[in-house]
Design a protein around this ligand. Structure first.
Ligand code: BEZ
Ligand code: FE
Length: 299
């Protein structure tokens, strides 16, 4: 059939795929063509609407720079990042999930977000990374085990969060000074403990094209208060996750769909007094306890 006589342009595009192209690429590009064409047909897409979409994507690209990744934000706010995170965790934890002798499921993963900074300071257990920061002090503690309850010693807990006003270090000044982030290593019993602040809700950047999209959808840009954690040790499936404050607004409407019930943590309020590490607190503080579970990596 000559191209001029093509009645099904979708098949014509797919027929042009070279026989020797990478099989995974073939699978993905075939799905892209099929779904994109189906979308155009489903909504009876008009040329000016398609041009508006192209201009939107052009603006998304133009908004990206060394510090801002508007395409990831687009993926996050459309729930795609979270979907890919969930599928990856299910894939990597299959053996642990199928293990009838396991006593616990691996901690659920959630989106990494744009504020991870590799190489934060390694600090002793019990350190305070929230001192002098806006926000109410919070004592974090718990245990890291495998899916059979065995403690994982020397496991890295890489933590980062915004301050008590929802601002991350990378958003302050030229963004070159780290704060509210550190790496801790569990003790022999798999335990961790440190001081930080109780996190506060904050908006994802909404002054660009993704913000325009959210407004057109009638959505707010906020994320509920959370602290990020990356938990890893050789021999285990690493997990990138958050703990969400149980009493934060927006738990049921996170702008990036990252909330999981299993990650919502009660922040217990405490009056001034003596903290678990013996420290005298002269203002109110909180405590949040959470036990992480890592799946054993496949041999
Ligand atoms: C965050 O948690 O910091 C975040 C996640 C996704 C998009 C924007 C911010
Ligand atoms: Fe965050």
């Amino acid at each position: 059939m000559s191209q001029h006589q093509t009645t099904d342009i979708t098949q014509a595009v797919l027929a042009r795929l070279a026989d020797d192209c990478d099989p995974r690429f073939r699978q993905i590009i075939t799905a892209v063509v099929k779904h994109a064409h189906a979308l155009a047909r489903e909504v009876d897409l008009k040329p000016d609407e398609w041009m508006a979409a192209i201009q939107f994507l052009t603006r998304v690209g133009q908004t990206c720079d060394a510090k801002r990744q508007e395409f990831i934000l687009l993926s996050d706010t459309l729930g795609l990042s979270m979907l890919v995170v969930q599928m990856e965790q299910e894939r990597r934890s299959q053996a642990a999930l199928a293990d009838a002798s396991a006593s616990a499921r691996p901690t659920e993963a959630t989106v990494q977000g744009p504020f991870y900074w590799q190489g934060s300071p390694v600090l002793p257990l019990g350190s305070d990374i929230g001192e002098g920061m806006p926000g109410e002090p919070a004592w974090y503690s718990g245990r890291i085990t495998d899916t059979h309850g065995k403690p994982i010693a020397n496991c890295c807990l890489d933590v980062w969060s915004g301050d008590g006003e929802g601002i991350y270090d990378m958003q302050i000044g030229d963004g070159s000074e780290m704060r509210l982030r550190a790496r801790f290593h569990t003790d022999e019993d798999g335990r961790y403990r440190f001081w930080s602040i109780k996190p506060y809700y904050y908006p994802v950047p909404s002054d660009g094209p993704v913000g325009d999209m959210l407004r057109a959808m009638g959505r707010h840009p906020n994320r509920p208060g959370h602290i990020h954690m990356m938990v890893y040790r050789d021999g285990y499936v690493p997990v990138t996750t958050h703990l969400f404050a149980h009493d934060s607004p927006y738990l049921d409407s996170d702008a990036v769909f990252g909330v999981r019930d299993s990650l919502i943590v009660e922040y217990q309020p405490h009056a001034p007094g003596t903290a678990p590490d013996g420290r005298r607190m002269d203002k109110p503080w909180h405590s949040a306890g959470y036990d992480f579970v890592l799946a054993e990596a496949a041999a």
